[in-house]
Design a protein around this ligand. Structure first.
Ligand code: CA
Length: 725
């Protein structure tokens, strides 16, 4: 679809506040941080009076942050300059708010009409006076904790949408909920998924032309991906787009899904096929298209999912649909026949770039795969793609066909293992990236990692209910052997850092290294400051042109979320939600309500509030491994390793090493009592915390086998710690 075909509706929108930007050229308009020619209308406090015209004119009121990505382009670029390199040293804590959940806190605060809205783990939603920090209301959707067992990557939530007096929340259990922005009272609520299926929602709902657009997650379990549009006023379903075909003959198979069936083999549809669109959804008013990215197929292993291979559309693809109807416009599959969990659900953004002397309206993405893509936003035609991070799975993207030139070594079977870079967490995952039209750079939270893959046996693998069905292992003798070869890549999660990337030249400009593993979202301002937290308990500002660190403040917590910025009464604020797995090295717990010091922190110039300094009694900064002696047999440990990899590692981490804000089992006191262990694993003694009973999926003796495996892993780690001293 091109400009001349765009609907009258779009043209009408573009004649309003955006007309100026059209007249002087989009790039020029976006780079302008000057005062708007027309003063923004003032709305009553808490009105959340966001509509299409106001969002299109977001740059005319840079003091608001009206959507998670700020504008339709989701560049996470603020035209504000009140805080700049000259005064950023005076940035201090204005106020903070403790939250009563732990685990990952991933939401970006939305700030409009004087009120700041954010979500926490377990889909809880809060409204605060954005200036004083006074809580106005709180809403808990009371998600059944058993949903935590089918949340692949923690019980997180990435934030809300504001629209015409309502705040919209996607809850972990698949509900889409509209609340009165002033009171927090539920206006309507719809179940967007079959509650009997292992679907979850962690993403931000987007409002497009009076519709709420929402996808879901669950492609590691048994799900068929889809994106839905609901009437924002009533909650009535307007359209739904399925991302993979159902059984041949199924009425939900659209013409493009019927065509896609040719690239599939076997009865994959029995288990849903996967390809869930679990994070990015982007609307572009210029093309009137909605874009989203899809995740992995089900299972990960292609020899199980689609034994004769095939592209398996629309797995690992960017899909564009017409906003009004949800009908297919174009697609671009980044990873044909993916089997490395290379979701391309990572943030998409639109921008206006001068490429080869020509002004182009583009769509950009830095997906898990490590290749940065630039497409024509209207047609999906690939403009360029190159590496923004180390990777070994492909040598390049063929610009003619758009297909990766795969390294043949990275495909795996039941007999053949492979080492793959990046690992499933990706070179860049959901963590928001930011683009500054002033510097022309994209700020990407990058992670370097590798992992091993080997397939389950397609002859014996059976899909099970409500557990990981990836049909892969990441620990095996063959994988260990590969990692042991001279010149092999290092194993595991290596490091994370913020990177500035030039999307026109397709080259890395600077990196701001962290000493730790763990990515963190970014935001950039017109004063050339990039704000991002880290996993050492700091919130930092960098010079957007050079990467020089120009400011840093303590957070007492690991940071994964991205900040936002706003103005109240002439003062610029920066807000950030903190809290991720564990605590930074040496950091004590100081929050009575959250084991990982999860909080909302709000900064402004010349403020001097401080975080609590007194440790909460009983909290331990540095944990000591003290497991019981291994009493299980070798056979039990091996059986336990397999069962753990299948049923437990999704939440508790590969090899028993926790990689989320969930207890590291090797440190657990429960290892001292096998009967307590079985009460938790089999009888659901901690179901209220999300650890549901696994009685139905575990074979006899497997709970005990997993116990012995963890005891074995804990003793190995203890020995390694002792050897390192
Ligand atoms: Ca995935």
């Amino acid at each position: 679809m091109n400009r001349t075909q765009s609907s009258t509706w779009t043209r009408r929108l573009l004649t309003g506040a955006a007309a100026l930007s059209m007249a002087i050229g989009p790039a020029l308009a976006q780079t302008s941080a000057k005062a708007p020619s027309k003063a923004a209308v003032t709305h009553a406090k808490g009105a959340a009076a966001v509509d299409t015209a106001r969002l299109l004119a977001a740059d005319a009121e840079p003091g608001s942050w009206m959507a998670a990505g700020r504008t339709y382009s989701e560049q996470r670029y603020s035209p504000l300059t009140g805080i700049n390199k000259a005064n950023v040293g005076k940035l201090g804590l204005a106020w903070y708010a403790d939250v009563d959940t732990e685990r990952g806190q991933e939401s970006t605060p939305v700030v409009v009409d004087g009120v700041l809205y954010f979500t926490t783990a377990w889909s809880k939603l809060y409204a605060y006076d954005a200036k004083s920090g006074q809580q106005l209301w709180a809403y808990d959707p009371k998600v059944d904790p058993s949903n935590g067992a089918v949340a692949c990557c923690d019980v997180v939530n990435r934030g809300v949408a504001a629209w015409k007096g309502k705040i919209y929340l996607g809850a972990l259990d698949g509900r889409l909920i509209a609340l009165d922005a002033k009171t927090g009272k539920v206006d309507w609520s719809v179940q967007t998924t079959d509650p009997k299926q292992p679907y979850t929602i962690t993403q931000v709902p987007r409002i497009v032309k009076g519709m709420v657009i929402i996808g879901n997650a669950g492609a590691e379990y048994t799900c068929r991906g889809y994106v839905s549009a609901y009437d924002a006023a009533t909650g009535k379903l307007k359209w739904r787009f399925y991302t993979v075909p159902a059984q041949p003959g199924d009425p939900t198979n659209t013409p493009e899904l019927k065509k896609a069936l040719a690239g599939w083999d076997g009865d994959f549809w029995k288990y849903g096929g996967g390809a869930t669109a679990w994070d990015t959804i982007l609307y572009d008013p210029k093309t009137d298209l909605i874009y989203f990215g899809t995740g992995n197929g089900l299972s990960w292993s292609q020899s199980v999912r689609s034994p004769k291979g095939g592209d398996n559309l629309f797995v690992s693809s960017v899909i564009a649909v017409h906003a009004n109807t949800g009908k297919y416009a174009w697609h671009f599959q980044e990873v044909p026949g993916d089997e490395w969990d290379y979701d391309v659900t990572n943030p998409l953004m639109t921008a206006d770039l001068k490429i080869g002397g020509v002004q182009r309206h583009v769509l950009m993405q830095a997906p898990k795969t490590g290749f940065f893509y630039v497409w024509d936003a209207a047609t999906g035609k690939l403009i360029s793609a190159d590496k923004f991070a180390p990777l070994n799975w492909a040598s390049k993207i063929d610009l003619k066909t758009g297909r990766p030139v795969e390294n043949p070594e990275v495909r795996y079977t039941v007999d053949k293992a492979a080492i793959v870079q990046p690992a499933p967490l990706g070179a860049h995952n959901w963590h928001p990236m930011a683009y500054s039209p002033k510097t022309g750079l994209v700020y990407i939270p990058v992670t370097e990692s590798t992992t091993g893959f080997q397939s389950a046996d397609p002859k014996t693998f059976a899909v099970k209910d409500r557990v990981y069905n990836t049909a892969t292992v990441s620990f095996s003798d063959k994988i260990t052997e590969l990692y042991g070869k001279p010149g092999a890549l290092p194993r595991g999660n290596i490091r994370s850092y913020l990177e500035a990337y030039d999307p026109v030249a397709q080259k890395i400009v600077w990196k701001a290294p962290d000493k730790d593993y763990g990515a963190h979202g970014a935001m950039v301002t017109a004063s050339n400051l990039v704000f991002s937290g880290d996993w050492s308990g700091r919130f930092n500002a960098f010079d957007a042109r050079t990467g020089e660190k120009v400011w840093s403040a303590p957070t007492q917590a690991d940071v994964v979320a991205a900040p936002s910025t706003y103005v109240i009464d002439g003062e610029q604020y920066v807000a950030l939600l903190v809290g991720a797995r564990g605590l930074p090295p040496g950091q004590a717990r100081t929050s009575a309500s959250s084991a990982n010091n999860s909080r909302l922190l709000v900064f402004k110039l010349n403020a001097s509030a401080t975080l609590p300094q007194n440790p909460i009694a009983g909290s331990v900064a540095g944990k000591v491994l003290d497991p019981p002696l291994l009493t299980g047999t070798n056979e039990q440990v091996i059986d336990g390793e397999g069962a753990y990899g299948r049923f437990c590692s999704g939440c508790h981490g590969a090899g028993g090493v926790a990689d989320k804000s969930i207890p590291d089992l090797r440190y657990s006191q429960v290892l001292r009592r096998l009967d307590t262990w079985n009460q938790i694993v089999l009888d659901g003694a901690r179901a209220d915390k999300g650890m549901v009973s696994f009685k139905k999926v575990l074979a006899d003796g497997q709970s005990e086998a997993i116990y012995h495996y963890i005891v074995s892993q804990a003793n190995k780690a203890k020995a390694a710690q002792a050897a390192a001293k």
